[in-house]
Structures are given as C-alpha cells and as structure tokens.
Design a binder for this molecule. Structure first.
Ligand code: AIR
Ligand code: ASP
Length: 256
C-alpha cells in the first residue's frame, strides 16, 4: 500500500490525506479509551465493525436528507470522507438516563426521560470535554446561533430516525454523541454543515429491548466482558457482519 501522509490521530481513528483534494481517508483502529483516556485497551475487530456500522448508518441518514461526510468505504478498516472543518463541540442526545446524566442528576439508569435532551460538550482532552451551553459556544465563536439551530434540528432528526432503525432490530437507542463539520458548497458559495466522525457502539448506548443487555462501549468502560461480541451482535442485527467475522488487517503505513 502506498505510504500516505497522516493528518490527525485520534483515540479511535486516524485521518490520512485522501486521493483527491477535499477528501480524507478515515482509518478505524481497535484502540479503545474511556473516561478521557484514563482507561486504555483494545477491542479486537472493533475498527472493522465500526467502519461498517458507521458506513451503514451514515448511508441511511443520507437517504433521509441528512448531509454527512461519508463518501464510500474503501476496505475493511478505511472509508473515504469529505474533509471538513470540525466544529469543536460534541453533541449528545439522550432518550433514557444513563452514564454522566444519571450521575450528575442522581437519576436511576434506565429512566425514560420526559423528552429527548440535547447537550453540548467542548471537545478538549486537556479539559476533559466540559459541558457547555449555547452561550459559551456562540461567545467563544465555536459556532453561530444559525449553526446551532441547524445542529439541533439535524441531531433530533438523526435521533428520530436512528431510534426507529434500532428499535426495528430490538435495540433501544439510549443516547449517542455526534460531531459536525463545515464544508464549502460550490453550488451556493457558502459553508454548509455535515455530520462527521462516526456513529457506532463507541459513541451510542444500545440496550437490548427485552433484556436491557448493553451492546456498546459501556461493556469496556465498566469491565463487563463480552465487548467484542457486543459489537459483533450490533453488526449482525444490522445485517452487515463481515463474512468470516471481523478479520484483521495490517495497520496503516504512515509518513510522519
Ligand atoms: N460519548 C460522549 N463522549 C464520547 C462518547 N463516546 C457518548 C457515549 C454515550 C453518550 O455520548 O458513548 O453514548 C453520553 O455519554 P456520557 O458519558 O456523557 O453519559
Ligand atoms: N472516548 C472518550 C474517551 O476516551 C469518552 C468515552 O467514550 O468514555 O475518553
């Protein structure tokens, strides 16, 4: 494989320069972290599965008119995406209390929320992704009011659609995290927002409808065991488990 220039390395993915201007190759690693990097490990096959799961969900969302950065899957661990200017905000949508919401407000895990709640966090490893309000986001210039209106409406559409999609395969979409980026639209000569990053069991909580079994990264965060199997089960239910399971591939070759 040709050596490529690495643009960015995150905790679970690496971004390389793409084949054409305005594109990037997104490589999915098996590395897993939790609690802002305090816990580190490997989930064998996770990269292969998240590549497929995110491809599948981004394609379904594009079909209902949600713009995304996804272009096409290239191989087991890589997908071609549009290069975006990432907005440094993590958008969390919650339907059922779990994780940091349960902890912060003392609400029992599993309590159905009176309505979906959208929260914003500032993407900063050093600061531990602090929760922020629209006031911080607009005052510090991370996004405009118009951007936030659009981010909110896109996030709620994603929530409605994905909640239904997962329910159809016996999973409750408890909560999830989205990231957005800006791209230049040459039709309108303006910057538009697109859904970026990934959508996978790394950033969604998915509970089995009947048993409330956790089929997501909480199994890793909380040392529950059966982590690999949980990711495989999500892919299996979506009908996209690679034949022969998530076989491994050599790691990426990089030019530093
Ligand atoms: N999330 C937030 N930061 C990173 C990730 N992956 C996701 C979690 C969970 C939701 O956002 O995977 O689905 C809420 O996380 P928490 O920890 O705030 O309860
Ligand atoms: N991915 C984040 C981290 O590594 C948060 C999490 O998923 O728990 O710290």
């Amino acid at each position: 494989m040709a050596r490529r220039r690495q643009i960015y390395e995150g905790k679970a993915k690496v971004l390389f320069e793409g084949p054409e201007p305005g594109t990037l190759v997104q490589y999915f690693k098996d590395d897993a972290t939790a609690f802002n990097n305090q816990k580190k490990g490997t989930i064998t096959g996770k990269g292969v599965l998240n590549n497929r799961i995110s491809e599948y969900l981004m394609l379904r969302l594009a079909e209902i008119g949600v713009p995304t950065h996804f272009i096409r899957r290239l191989n087991m661990r890589e997908q071609l995406v549009r290069e975006v200017e990432i907005i440094p905000i993590e958008v969390v949508v919650r339907n059922i209390a779990a994780g940091s919401l349960s902890k912060r407000f003392g609400i029992q895990d599993g309590t159905v929320l009176p309505r979906s709640i959208v929260e914003y966090y500032y993407k900063s490893d050093e600061l531990g992704d602090p929760m922020v309000t629209e006031e911080h986001i607009t005052a510090f210039g991370w996004a405009s009011i118009q951007d936030l209106d659009e981010i909110m409406s896109l996030s709620l559409r994603v929530n409605d659609y994905l909640s239904g999609l997962f329910l159809g395969i016996g999973l409750k979409l408890v909560d999830f995290k989205l990231e957005f980026g800006r791209v230049y639209d040459d039709q309108t000569d303006e910057m538009t927002l697109v859904l970026a990053d990934e959508i996978s069991p790394d950033n969604c909580r998915l509970w089995d409808v009947k048993t409330n079994d956790r089929l997501d990264k909480d199994r890793f965060r909380r040392d529950m065991g059966g982590v690999e199997e949980a990711y495989q089960e999500v892919a299996r239910r979506l009908g996209i488990l690679p034949e022969g399971g998530p076989r491994d591939m050599p790691g990426p070759s990089t030019v530093q």
